[in-house]
Design a protein around this ligand. Structure first.
Ligand code: SAH
Length: 225
């Protein structure tokens, strides 16, 4: 029994390793280029962030269901948004709206000083917390609440990443962005939304860059247990 368990674990390990390499190769071909981001995606075990029944698909470049009508983001999109956040240099405080499975949180936690992550569905947040603890990622704090309000008490933030589509850019998030800070957010209410990069200059003005068309679940209103 013991031996079979070991073999099985080994077998899964081998598959994961090969499929992980293929995923990284594909992300590179699709245009991701920050070596630090690619390396972190390579070493982050995405199969731990989905149900066991879906673990064999964890290294496909696709979003997957995580329950409660939500999805774990596609690896390309996680990489793309992370690259955009980090493009002007390292960040110390990053606010994430939409913890979900915690996968994007785990990627960020390995690249920035501290992550502040807000989620409205408590059950998802509890599970995400457990996963990050298992991975020994300790520089993350979680809040159960409404992302439209951000997390004012601990702001401002040098980076803000929103992983659900907002009908418009939440004013609270603009207010909580530090001078020189960067926000990456999908905006729109249709099936497809537009990814925006919003940069706050040192005088408080905002520059808005309209980027890729993307597909996210909506940013809903209010916390929910
Ligand atoms: N980055 C996550 C993506 C999760 S999907 C991952 O890779 O797993 C988007 C998440 O945003 C869902 O968990 C959803 O519950 C959450 N969400 C939606 N509206 C929200 C709101 N107003 N405040 C906080 N979280 C919200």
């Amino acid at each position: 029994m013991r031996r079979q368990d070991d073999l099985q674990r080994h077998g899964i390990g081998m598959t994961s390793q090969r499929t992980r390499e293929r995923l990284i190769q594909r992300l590179y071909e699709e245009g991701l280029s920050n070596p630090g981001v690619l390396e972190v995606i390579r070493r982050t075990p995405r199969h731990l962030f989905v149900d066991e029944a879906l673990a064999h698909r964890a290294y496909e470049d696709t979003a997957l269901p995580i329950g409660h009508n939500q999805t774990i983001s596609q690896p390309y999109m996680v990489g793309r948004m992370t690259e955009l956040l980090l493009a002007a240099g390292p960040l110390d405080k990053v606010l994430e709206i939409g913890t979900g499975s915690g996968y994007q949180t785990a990627v960020l936690a390995q690249l920035v000083e501290r992550v502040f992550s807000v989620e409205r569905i408590q059950a998802l947040q509890d599970r995400a917390k457990e996963r990050l603890a298992e991975l020994n990622l300790r520089n993350v704090v979680f809040r159960w609440g409404d992302g439209w309000e951000g997390w004012n008490a601990l702001g401002p933030y040098n980076g803000i990443i929103v992983t659900a589509a907002a009908a418009n850019v939440p004013q609270a998030l603009l207010d909580q962005l530090a001078p020189g800070g960067r926000m990456v957010i999908p905006v729109g209410s249709g099936d497809l939304q537009q990814l925006l990069l919003i940069v706050r200059d040192e005088h408080g003005g905002f520059t808005r860059h309209e980027l890729d068309m993307v597909r996210f679940v909506p940013l809903l209103n209010g916390p929910l247990s």
